[in-house]
Design a protein around this ligand. Structure first.
Ligand code: TXA
Ligand code: MG
Length: 333
């Protein structure tokens, strides 16, 4: 049975039709691939949770079109659009930013996990946008991976995760951003960053002209406010450890002596004799590193190493999202 389709206008029309009948469609977005369902259909949304093995109380992001004004696309999903949200929508939508706003009547508990807010985003990928436009309403789409596992950034990753348990996979090529959207909560009295992404805290503060708070929430699995903020998330199958450069070099020397080769993600070049599939060089630029991050972790995992060692990356600016994902991938399960 064929499930993967190269994305084109014909495939988009078919995908919109499938969504209307309660089926699941994997969608390329600029961040990661999403597992999409008609957000207004609680049964379809439940299927997404079942497919992912995701705890029921976790909310999902509703993806909407880039209407002008944005109120049209958000009608029913949110109950009010604060000025801060309008400002950010103007600057960053379509794009890798999710806003948490007060929920409207269309945002049922299956989407919000029972809370009084809802996450909304206008995706920047041209084909994701084409799909939300063709579908004409909100598409609920968490990342298209099993709960807690590494997010997918290619159609093949989605197929590796779900095989034929998804009705259609739209292949739009590799994602260009590579890590999930930044999430900002604008439902309270002050803006709060909930998830780091490639639209940074500093960039948001500049656009809003005010401070944005961010607390690292490191909560044990299944009790979290939001799954992207769980201590352990985005994790490969092999145990992963983050090391400083000096420590990594020592570990590599020891491994070479023992002729036992862990999977390595490092700024250092691959030493002679190290298996090619067990060594990936970290790109120097944070954008490139983010773009390839999940594919690198998946590739190392696929070589079945007994462990994965990752050289630490800087923690500031555009690196902060990469550093965050690495820490969660390495967190105790
Ligand atoms: O880049 C992305 O955001 C991708 C693509 C597919 O758009 N989607 C994605 O979805 O990462 P997911 O479900 O894997 O992560 C969504 C995050 C979760 O951490 C969830 O808890 C949070 O958004 N979230 C959604 N609605 C929320 C709400 N009302 N309050 C707090 N957090 C919310
Ligand atoms: Mg996810």
């Amino acid at each position: 049975m064929k499930t993967t389709y190269p994305v084109n206008h014909h495939a988009i029309a078919k995908a919109a039709e499938l969504l209307r009948t309660g089926r699941l469609v994997a969608i390329p977005t600029e961040t990661v691939y999403g597992l999409g369902a008609n957000a207004s259909d609680p049964k379809a949304v439940r299927r997404v949770f079942d497919t992912k093995g995701r705890p029921k109380q976790h909310p999902v992001i509703v993806h909407v079109a880039d209407t002008s004004p944005i109120d049209v696309a958000l009608t029913g999903w949110v109950s009010d659009i604060p000025d801060s949200a309008r400002t950010l929508a103007k600057s960053f939508w379509p794009g890798p930013l999710t806003m948490i706003l007060r929920r409207g009547p269309k945002a049922h508990d299956g989407v919000t996990g029972g809370r009084d807010t809802v996450g909304v985003r206008v995706p920047g990928h041209p084909w994701a946008l084409a799909l939300v436009r063709a579908f004409g309403d909100g598409i609920a789409a968490p990342s298209a991976n099993h709960f807690g596992h590494v997010s997918p950034t290619t159609a093949k990753h989605v197929r590796d995760e779900f095989g034929h348990h998804v009705d259609m996979i739209l292949d739009g090529g590799p994602c260009t951003v590579g890590v999930e959207s930044t999430i900002i909560d604008l439902s309270g009295s002050a803006p709060r960053l909930l998830r780091l992404g490639m639209i940074t805290k500093h960039v948001l503060e500049t656009a809003l002209g005010m401070a944005v708070s961010y607390e690292v929430l490191a909560q044990p699995a299944h009790t979290s406010e939001a799954p992207g903020t769980l201590a352990s998330h985005y994790a490969p199958a092999a145990t992963m450890t983050i090391l400083e450069k000096v420590q990594l070099i020592t570990a590599v020397a020891e491994a070479q002596t023992a002729k036992c080769y862990p999977g390595i993600l490092s700024f250092e070049p691959r030493p002679k004799g190290w298996p090619v599939e067990r060594w990936i060089v970290t790109p120097e630029k944070p954008e490139n590193c983010a773009r390839h991050l999940y594919a690198s972790l998946r590739a190392l995992d696929a070589s079945s190493p007994d462990r994965i060692l990752v050289e630490s990356v800087p923690g500031h600016g555009l690196w902060s999202a990469v550093a965050d994902r690495l820490q969660r991938a390495a967190a105790p399960r």
